[in-house]
Ligand binder design. Structure first.
Ligand code: 6GU
Length: 248
């Protein structure tokens, strides 16, 4: 899968792209990440890509020509035209099912906004899919683009190493609930012990305990995830949860 990132701040991505999991996936040729500096498409000698808004008001607006011409040019860099995504707080909210859809595309082009936004004609002409990562305001789309790459890449076969672990993550199609608590050695630390059931070696019992934990944790923290019939997490068959220690 290929990601093209269009941004005014390509340096923001260098540490992220060098990070080990992403770096390894790139080295294994499972992923390709290419940044493009929007200023390279400026027609201005000062490489300006923004201007004052018509009608007045605070802030600056990113101009239409550099964006449209940049997207046209980078589309031609690769056989796949790519799914164009504009990162904006006004977009559709990114959720795990949407991440799963995005992971099916061979190429995503991520357009990062800044300042007060883009000239509306960017959207009218290019008709991107508009995405937001949540109900809060970022200074720009760069952090949101990293969230898209981070969430999508883990679903690409061969990136995580263990595909099953991504499929059963919290919020995935397979598991809409929160995950059960995990423990590793030591068995006891400062008076806090690993739950006995995890040491029992009884896998059916362990599974039931984890399902019950997941269900009760989801209900207490994120009741909004326990929706209508058919939605996970389902209530476990047993009443294990009631007699166990409370979930944290
Ligand atoms: Cl994608 N961009 C900005 N600027 N703010 C956001 C966002 C995106 N998603 C949530 N807040």
């Amino acid at each position: 899968m290929r990601f093209d990132i269009v941004t005014l701040f390509p340096e923001i991505f260098s540490g992220f792209v060098g990070e080990s999991l992403l770096r390894k996936a790139i080295d294994k040729r499972r992923l390709e990440v290419v940044t493009h500096d929007l200023r390279n498409w400026s027609k201005d000698k000062h490489q300006k890509v923004d201007d004052r808004p018509y009608g007045g008001g605070p802030g600056m607006v990113i101009k239409v020509e550099p964006v449209v011409e940049c997207i046209e040019e980078i589309r031609r860099l690769h056989a796949e035209p790519g799914e164009l995504i504009l990162l904006t707080p006004q977009g559709e909210r990114l959720t795990q099912p949407l991440v799963e859809q995005l992971a099916e595309f061979p190429r995503l082009i991520l357009l990062c906004g800044r300042y007060e936004g883009f000239d509306q004609r960017v959207v009218d002409l290019l008709q991107p899919r508009e995405l937001s990562i949540g109900d809060y305001v970022l200074n720009g789309g760069e952090v949101a683009a990293m969230v898209v790459i981070d969430t999508v890449m883990r679903l690409i076969p061969g990136v995580l190493g263990d595909e099953q672990s991504a499929r059963s993550d919290s919020f995935s199609q397979e598991n809409r609930g929160l995950e059960a608590a995990q423990y590793t050695r030591p068995r006891s630390y400062r008076g806090c012990d690993v739950p006995e059931v995890l040491l029992s070696g009884d896998h059916a019992e362990i599974d039931a305990w984890r399902q019950s934990q997941s269900y009760h944790k989801t209900l207490s923290r994120r009741a909004d995830l326990v929706g209508s019939e058919g939605d996970s997490p389902r209530r476990p068959e047993t009443n294990e949860g009631e007699k166990r220690e409370p979930v944290n």
